[in-house]
Design a protein around this ligand. Structure first.
Ligand code: GDP
Ligand code: GDP
Length: 351
């Protein structure tokens, strides 16, 4: 996961370190006693500082470092590299631009102060920019939503939208397992009534997981299936209804109308977009389209195990303003990871 993006960012950090490294000692700063040049070159301090080193010598070194400042052309150079790196990692253009603006502001004219080494500075500036992109105003706590409904004696309804073949059915199955592991009782609704194979696939998952599935025949009204499933959950005292839906091209007007109808009828507590990280920028466009049509609460990004670029995660959050709830990391039912921005940040900035 995120390997490519990580490498690109690492390269940018290295560049900042190179550019920010002081090239020559300053010529005779008035405060510095001229007699003693620093014994410790700032770039390669000894692992263990000699004992009793007077603070004045240390200060001189610090002063030298403070003098080093990133020139505008150095910043331009670094920014260029960052831009290419982000785009090559599948970060959408407006999102890359946002990160770049932040990094530029963070680096321009920046002097390195005490306790700062260039690598740390670059890490910090990049990390902050990316954290900003990953932080959404809206937060979603799935279990809290379910608990709140349970307290009212009602099942929580979660509708899943997304393009066929991108992992929707598998993600529903994974989430059913996730909820069952935590003591919740889900039921699945086969509201992708357009494809017979879609209904069958959900049934296979349901059987393997030992969870119920509510379906009608192919071609039935999708909203009616969702409605049935909710009634079933209420009657049986189940906690969560996970509604699978059809997903042809997001540009399909009928499909979007169908999604709107399901949402109108089922009144979901959460509507989750499921996207395939491997489709890069397309997944961002899909998320935006579904969000505009039905208003998504957040996303699940699948196939992260196969996606080395990692940019989709950044883009999808920034473009929709909705959080990523889970990452799909494989084909097994347990391959579902709760997403937190720190996961991505730590993966990107690990040594
Ligand atoms: P749907 O048509 O959107 O319901 O897609 P499916 O759930 O049937 O998934 C399509 C294919 O992607 C299946 O072969 C899944 O096993 C696979 N898949 C789903 N999620 C993941 C994931 O996180 N990682 C990997 N490697 N494969 C996944
Ligand atoms: P196309 O010519 O094959 O693209 O078919 P249309 O888009 O004209 O759809 C024909 C009918 O099937 C319409 O009445 C739609 O409501 C219905 N339909 C189209 N797509 C879906 C879908 O994804 N799910 C469901 N349940 N019905 C659909």
């Amino acid at each position: 996961m995120f390997e490519k993006l990580k490498q690109k960012l690492k390269r940018v950090v290295e560049r900042v370190s190179q550019k920010a490294a002081p090239e020559a000692p300053p010529e005779a700063p008035p405060e510095a006693p001229p007699e003693a040049p620093p014994e410790v070159p700032p770039k390669a301090p000894p692992a263990v500082p000699p004992p009793g080193k007077p603070r004045r010598a240390l200060r001189r070194v610090v002063k030298r470092i403070i003098r080093s400042e990133l020139a505008p052309e150095d910043v331009e150079d670094i920014i260029w590299e960052l831009q290419v790196g982000l785009l090559e990692s599948d970060v959408a253009v407006p999102v890359a631009d946002h990160v770049i603006e932040r990094v530029k502001a963070g680096l321009t004219g920046r002097k390195l102060g005490l306790r700062e080494d260039p690598k740390k500075l670059a890490d910090e500036v990049l990390r902050q920019a990316i954290q900003e992109v990953l932080t959404t105003e809206q937060r979603v706590d799935l279990l809290k939503v379910i608990d709140a409904k349970r307290a009212q004696g009602e099942p929580a309804v979660i509708v899943f939208v997304g393009i066929n073949g991108h992992g929707k059915t598998t993600s529903i199955a994974k989430l059913a397992r996730y909820l069952m592991d935590r003591g919740y009782k889900p039921v699945l609704a086969a509201a992708d009534t357009f494809r017979a194979a879609g209904i069958e696939q959900l049934e296979i998952h349901a059987e393997r997981l030992g969870v119920g599935v509510i379906k009608q025949k192919r071609g039935a009204d999708a909203a009616a299936v969702a409605y049935d499933a909710i009634a079933h959950a209420k009657a049986r005292g189940l906690d969560v209804v996970l509604v699978d839906t059809a997903g042809r091209m997001q540009t399909d007007v009928n499909l979007m109308d169908e999604m709107r109808k399901i949402v109108r009828v089922a009144k979901p507590d959460l509507t989750i977009f499921v996207g395939d990280a491997l489709t890069g920028n397309d997944v961002v466009e899909q998320a935006r389209t579904f969000d505009q049509a039905v208003g998504i609460s957040g996303s699940i990004l699948c196939k992260m195990d196969a996606d080395a670029r990692g940019g989709a995660a950044l883009s999808i959050t920034q473009v929709t303003g909705k959080p990523i709830l889970f990452l799909g990391t494989g084909q097994g039912y347990d391959d579902l990871v709760e997403f937190k921005p720190e996961i991505l940040l730590n993966a990107l900035f690990a040594d």
